[in-house]
Design a protein around this ligand. Structure first.
Ligand SMILES: [Zn+2]
Length: 108
């Protein structure tokens, strides 16, 4: 468990916990990666945000019925969660997220 709540970490049910000192999200990510020695295991954009399942490439034809019209028109590469089936593509937010990842990578 990653938390800023020391009370949660003291509960008996929590067997593995880490208190995160920073209150700023990028700094929190840097702190967690450093303290848990995860820098060699970073794999951004490979896990589902909903369930944590692995993402696999999937053909557009297989997911086209689940896409909004503008997504159908402008995007051609998709991934699907092997756990929950959620579909992902590199939308307009992707460059901003990739920049955040690079900020973290540069510091770990
Ligand atoms: Zn999922």
């Amino acid at each position: 468990m990653l938390t800023r709540d020391r009370g949660l970490l003291k509960r008996r049910r929590v067997t593995h916990g880490l208190y995160v000192r920073s209150q700023e999200p990028v700094e929190q990510a840097v702190e967690v990666v450093r303290r848990l020695h995860l820098s060699g295991r970073l794999a951004p954009f490979t896990r589902c945000l909903r369930c944590g399942g692995e993402l696999d490439p999937v053909g557009k034809a297989e997911v086209i019925d689940r896409l909004e019209p503008l997504t159908r028109r402008h995007h051609h590469a998709f991934q699907r969660c092997t756990g929950c089936g959620n579909v992902y593509w590199r939308g307009s937010h992707h460059p901003r997220l990739a920049a955040v990842v690079e900020r973290i990578r540069a510091r770990v």
